[in-house]
Design a protein around this ligand. Structure first.
Ligand SMILES: *Cc1c(COP(=O)(O)O)cnc(C)c1O
Length: 455
């Protein structure tokens, strides 16, 4: 490829590219970071500067960048075929991957429906749940058309997935376009909506969920949840046992459980899937982000036989699932996912993670000393550090302060790429990161928070 002058690239980036989730006026004022290469835990920009990847390139990278085995798997597939459709015909990698996914996911999830990203994986789960009840037992359950989701939930940015989302900043403007959804309280214990404290609350928020279910079970098709951690809301970690009780309630009230493991899947929480921590088997499960180890866009929605069978019938009965994306089951993406999973098994990455999770936990203790660190939440390799104006009142920083943004710019100057969620500094290190590199991520984060907010 031709090597372009960095300043020319900067000019063209600002002239032609509209960045996601980005206020472009603010972006245009700053010097952009333009990545040229990756090496293990590092990102390298067009000027040759190296940065630790502290957010796994938006929560996707598993074995590091430019991994020789992943690269090789994709190269080999590239010499066979880059793409062929799954509409009515099959391809080899999509078969092998589906078999593998069924083997490694919680019991009962036996069918794999592919798409390209987390939002589509969620759309598919919602539509499957909806159509399932329309077709089950000759239409006996046709009134089950609604969904329950949690306050602060994030399930992607398409209209359907936004409809089950609950983050006013992202979703408020689109309200007139969305379908109605029932919201249950989130386990945001630092700012409990019921005014309770974790030590003595007995998860009273789940009583509210039960009330909601009891009142609406005839009309609710499914509940969708991010198991253990609400990621985009600011790494909100649920108390132990929360997910398991949600599963029990869904079963009791005949409501399907959709586990959105897009962010938490593939090792982020210390287990392969977050549901495993509480031995939960959902009815539908959404996978994306880490599925290809951060290589190519791919997603999968897994379903039980019970759901799959409600779509069977003669062609003229029109019970098929009429949904599909052009690149569904793309062979290059599927081999990347297969190689990612094989590498997870071969390197025993999950076992090695336990030491790193503990290292993070110990390293984060020191952060409580900082005067503007209000809360620290960690689940496995997912961390959120919530910054506040005043610890005693938990007063949030006003948006105009851009406190999270200023901290991450400071970190960037010190050689670490991270991205905040509002006033929450997120750490989501590459899972293969060494202990020394993790230590460095913690040091830079600490120094950057201290430099911007004070000691
Ligand atoms: C990122 C995310 C999505 C959306 O995934 P995309 O690939 O960005 O569409 C959905 N659900 C959760 C929990 C996520 O974190």
């Amino acid at each position: 490829m031709v090597k372009y002058d960095p300043s020319l690239l900067e000019q063209w980036d600002k002239q032609y590219v509209w960045h996601p989730f980005t206020q472009m006026r603010q972006y245009l004022r700053e010097k952009p970071l333009i990545i040229d290469r990756g090496e293990g835990s590092y990102l390298i920009d067009v000027e040759g500067n190296r940065y630790l990847d502290g957010i796994s390139s938006l929560w996707v990278t598993v074995h590091g960048h430019c991994h020789p085995e992943l690269n090789q798997a994709i190269r080999e597939q590239l010499d066979r075929i880059a793409h062929s459709t799954l509409l009515g015909i099959a391809n080899v990698p999509s078969i092998l991957l589906a078999k593998k996914l069924v083997e490694i996911t919680p019991p009962g999830l036996n069918k794999v429906f592919y798409s390209d990203n987390g939002a589509t994986a969620v759309e598919i789960a919602l539509k499957m749940a909806f159509q399932y009840w329309q077709q089950k037992d000759g239409g006996r359950y046709r009134n089950k058309t609604k969904f329950i989701s949690l306050v602060n939930a994030y399930h992607g940015d398409t209209i359907g997935s936004v409809s089950v989302g609950g983050i006013p900043l992202f979703h408020g403007i689109f309200k007139p376009l969305l379908f109605e959804c029932l919201h249950a309280p989130a386990p945001y214990c630092y700012r409990c909506s019921l005014g309770l404290i974790r030590e003595s609350c007995h998860m009273a928020c789940l009583d509210q969920l039960e009330e909601l279910m009891a009142g609406h079970c005839e009309e609710v098709a499914a509940l969708i949840i991010e198991p253990l951690v609400q990621g985009a809301a600011g790494m909100i970690t649920a108390p132990d046992g929360f997910l398991r009780r949600v599963r029990e309630l869904c079963t009791r009230y005949n409501i399907l459980l959709i586990a959105d493991e897009v962010a938490v899947g593939f090792g982020r929480t210390g287990r392969l899937f977050a549901c495993e921590h509480e031995e939960v088997a959902p009815d539908l499960m959404c996978l994306a982000k880490g599925i290809t180890g951060g290589y190519l866009p791919l997603a999968a929605t897994l379903a039980t036989d019970e759901i799959y069978e409600a779509f069977l019938g003669e062609p003229e009965e029109c019970k098929a699932f009429y949904h599909g994306h052009t690149y569904t089951g793309n062979p290059l993406a599927c081999v990347a996912a297969l190689a990612n999973i094989e590498l997870l098994e071969k390197t025993n990455l999950l076992a090695a993670l336990q030491t790193k999770i503990e290292l993070l936990r110990r390293g984060l203790e020191k952060f409580w000393q900082l005067p503007h660190v209000g809360d620290i939440r960690q689940r496995g390799m997912m961390v959120g550090i919530e910054l506040v104006v005043d610890k005693s009142t938990k007063e949030p920083y006003p948006m105009r302060e851009q406190i999270g943004h200023r901290v991450i710019l400071e970190a960037r100057r010190r050689g670490l790429v991270i991205r905040p969620l509002g006033n929450v500094i997120v750490l989501m290190p590459v899972l293969s990161m060494s202990c020394e590199e993790l230590q460095r991520v913690l040091e830079i984060t600490y120094e950057s928070i201290a430099a911007v907010t004070g000691r």
